[in-house]
Design a protein around this ligand. Sequence first.
Ligand code: ADP
Ligand code: MG
Length: 356
Amino acid sequence: MTSGPALSIVNVTKAFATPEGGEVRALDDVSLEVADGSFIVLLGPSGCGKTTLLRCIAGLETPDAGEIRLRGERIDHVPVWKRRVNTVFQSYALFPHMTVAQNIAFGLQMDKVGKADIDRRVGESLDMVRLSGLGSRKPSQLSGGQQQRVALARALAKDPEVLLLDEPLSALDLKLRRGMQTELKRLQRETSITFVLVTHDQGEAMAMGDQVAVFDSGRIVQFGDPEEVYLRPRTAFVADFIGEANLVTAQRDGQSLSIDGLGLTDAQALANPEATETGSVTVAIRPENISLSESADGAGIVSDVTFVGGDIHVDVELGPNRLTVRIPSHGARPPGVGARVQPIFLPESLRVLADA
Ligand code: ADP
Ligand code: MG
């Protein structure tokens, strides 16, 4: 076994012809290194290329350009069944006429694994997903969540180097989904198999990923751990897609930054080495990082106040910019609509964004 990344995606591009005679770039020069034994999440809105990347890794799609390496060895031209990569599909894709145990055993039989070994691995993988005792049922005799576990058990039984999961939880209701998120994290830790999971749900990505790759139109725009992408979004797309963000325009001149409608702020705001743009820039600030002080000469005017469960959202007009401020509803009374307020925040909670 070689050290280094379990999986390397190097400058992979994949385009599809559209029925209109044009072309869609599903993957546009995508590179990604997946550390051995890690849990990686590919996050992005529908249509941004996540499934296409999984299908390229699995061998169901051939990239137009670039390389895919498993433990350092190129696999782009290795046929699907010879890649030690398994996929769990959103639709589960179980054989309806086979029992649970037969579904799990099927792939092992294709690989010519011996009978005793198959029985042992079927038993172990059913234990792993907590379905022992249900091996003789048909898929139709199981709930959706249980069918999902069978699909997982089937993939794990083959002991893959990398397990690919394409929106595996999206068909489950919210409560089941939360439970399965915890289960998947446990399974990944216990098996040390490298997991690559696709989702369009940012909460799920934050909860599950050791690292998250954020996709925007066929490109990875940021790759980092959940704290990193939340606290230090690189682009407006990332700031907006992950959590809530105020995106405000500001003027940057050397070390000083003035938010339109607010005036000059502390130069320490610019302790962001990646943001090199000057002139008119976009700045992100999270609603929970702002507080409001009522004052007759405040720069902003409250335009709306909304109670949202435990929080109150206060919208503030600030010249051409609008800020949403989130304050806890158990705290002090919020200012009323029409009140003059001064937004207060720490300079380090401002994030100057890169263009792309
Ligand atoms: P995601 O999984 O992020 O929702 P996909 O990878 O499925 O996105 O799709 C990315 C883009 O590629 C979309 O515009 C989609 O319509 C297009 N696409 C995917 N597969 C095909 C295909 N087989 N033929 C034509 N277009 C495709
Ligand atoms: Mg998809």
